[in-house]
Design a protein around this ligand. Structure first.
Ligand code: PGA
Length: 244
């Protein structure tokens, strides 16, 4: 696992957009694991610009998103399905709906839906590059502290800290969904390569633990230390003091 300080979130976003672009260019049948959240906004903007300028054929790419809120319809502005369409898929219309995969947050049987998603991931995978953000509490996807390392796609109860952090995207904190369907830690670890992005002072403790702390389910991202190919790109603010 390597941690690289690229100085600013702009630099890191552009760098990772180029990595994704090159993956798709060199391997047109790539499977990409995608993430949502504030951290990813500039990276997707840069990726859209690269795709448009170079008119890349993406017709054989498949994408899998990490998670989706439970009980939020796909066309709701706060759903991750909406986020992905708004920020990437609809802005490069060469993507077609059949290539894009997210858990169905409206499924009535969440156990069956989790199984369907994991099976699809196994059938189409492995993911070539999995993009990750990280929560202040060390979550990846919606795998909150305490999630077993062997977890596959499952229904998650969000912690208070995640509800609070995500309330900035909603009008009121009460509107933040309390549950989500998320790839598990084992699902994430099946990817061939993982790229994690973390920006800002508020992510520094999580990155510090990831760099030097114990590998424990209390800090879900720490599992990444046992993956053979993980690159972490941070800005100045998120760089651990012990690595400066
Ligand atoms: P953020 O979320 O990019 O909005 O900070 C990251 C995460 O919670 O995984």
């Amino acid at each position: 696992m390597r941690i690289t300080n690229l100085g600013s979130s702009q630099n890191a976003s552009f760098y990772v957009a180029c990595e994704l672009y090159h993956q798709m260019l060199k391997h047109p049948h790539s499977v990409l694991g995608l993430a949502t959240g504030g951290t990813m906004v500039d990276m997707y903007g840069d990726l859209v610009r690269l795709l448009r300028k170079n008119k890349l054929d993406v017709s054989h790419i498949e994408t899998f998103n990490l998670d989706e809120y439970k009980g939020v319809p796909a066309d709701h502005p706060e759903s991750y399905n909406y986020y992905m369409h708004h920020i990437l898929f609809d802005r490069y219309p060469h993507f077609s709906e059949s290539q894009l995969h997210l858990p169905n947050g409206m499924a009535t049987d969440v156990v069956a839906e989790s199984k369907r998603y994991e099976n699809l991931l196994d059938e189409k995978g492995p993911v070539d590059i999995q993009i990750l953000g990280i929560g202040e509490n060390g979550h990846i996807g919606f795998n909150e502290p305490g999630t077993p390392f062997e977890s596959t796609t499952h229904c998650v109860n969000l912690t208070e800290s995640t509800i609070q952090a995500n309330s900035r995207f909603f009008e009121n904190e009460e509107d933040v969904p309390r549950q989500a369907i998320s790839m598990g830690l084992q699902s994430i670890m099946k990817a061939k390569r993982i790229i994690l992005l973390a920006f800002g002072q508020q992510k520094k403790d999580a990155i510090t633990h990831l760099a030097k702390g114990e590998i424990t389910p209390d800090m879900p991202a720490s599992i990444l230390r046992s993956h053979p190919h993980v690159d972490i790109y941070v800005d100045d603010e998120a760089m651990p003091d012990c690595m400066r």
